[in-house]
Design a binder for this molecule. Structure first.
Ligand SMILES: [Zn+2]
Length: 88
């Protein structure tokens, strides 16, 4: 009965894994938005809140938790995904 829960890297609240956005980085690779949630490698999660996304970018939270630099295009892509979600 336990759904897998993960923590948002920005607000530190727990959410069902399916509600979170995941950024994944394969060994030696570039961080990318993991659309499926199943990509191998290290991952960091963010909830679908614009505030968390802004915090994450400003405080470089994803870069820290993934131990590599996350390009602005990744944040723009997450922004679009959140925007799509909220307009539904
Ligand atoms: Zn959050």
């Amino acid at each position: 009965m336990h759904k897998p829960q993960r923590q948002c890297a920005a607000c530190r609240r727990m959410f069902p894994k399916s509600e979170l956005l995941r950024v994944a980085v394969e060994k030696g690779g570039e961080p990318v938005v993991d659309m499926t949630g199943k990509m191998p490698g290290r991952g960091a999660y963010l909830c679908r809140s614009k505030k968390c996304l802004q915090d994450a970018e400003r405080r470089k939270i994803l870069s820290k938790s993934l131990h590599c630099s996350v390009s602005p295009s990744v944040y723009r892509e997450l922004e679009r995904m959140i925007g799509d979600h909220q307009s539904e």
